[in-house]
Design a protein around this ligand. Sequence first.
Ligand SMILES: [Zn+2]
Length: 247
Amino acid sequence: MPLFTTDALVLRTYQLGEADCIVVFLTRDRGKKRGVANGARRTKSRFGGGLEPLTLARLAYYERERRDLVRLSYVDPVSSPLAARDGESLGYVSYFAELLDECAPEAEPNDTLYRLGAAVVESLRGDVPVEPLARYFEYWVLRLQGVYPSLLACGACGGDLSGGGRLDPGGDGLVCRGCAGQQGVLLSGDAVGFLRGVAGTPPGRLADIGLSELAGRELEQAHRRLLAVHLEKELRSVKVLRAMGRV
Ligand SMILES: [Zn+2]
């Protein structure tokens, strides 16, 4: 059985019998994997707190011939979201992890997606406000999936979008005010400006861009709509955020 050692982000765990669990994790070099963590549910597990969603870890696993399920050897946490400053940030941890899980295909390397996830975990521990961080993360995840409409020009007439427009996932994407019908979510010039800003900014520098409350709400709605169309369902963790009064 070959042993692989890699940097990875833990995405979620499932119970497996009395004492074990299945861990879904995103590796830097070999995409998303599923592995059995033997004894992980025992009190004195060698995996300790390393299996919390969105833990950035150094881990090792054995791959077994003709089996999709690998076997975890160890998980050494490097950075844990549990160190996030406040309850609000922690509320978003499951959401970010679920978004990555939904968008990362099995065993298909995607270094950019991995680096995005890792950068967001680091930002959760820093002083980046969590709501702009969530909009940033959604923008990039959707863009890496190839579903984010172009911000350069109106999807219908090619005109300027600086004054805002309307985002309609089922229509022409992002269109200017002149072309907009009744479908889709209105985006102000501020919201479009934020998106253009995040396209060239690392998450740790998000505070430099600024996002008004109104523009934040517009983007939240627009992204929710894009994700629902793309994933063809609503994420479990969105329901939790809603219960917390965040959505
Ligand atoms: Zn137009």
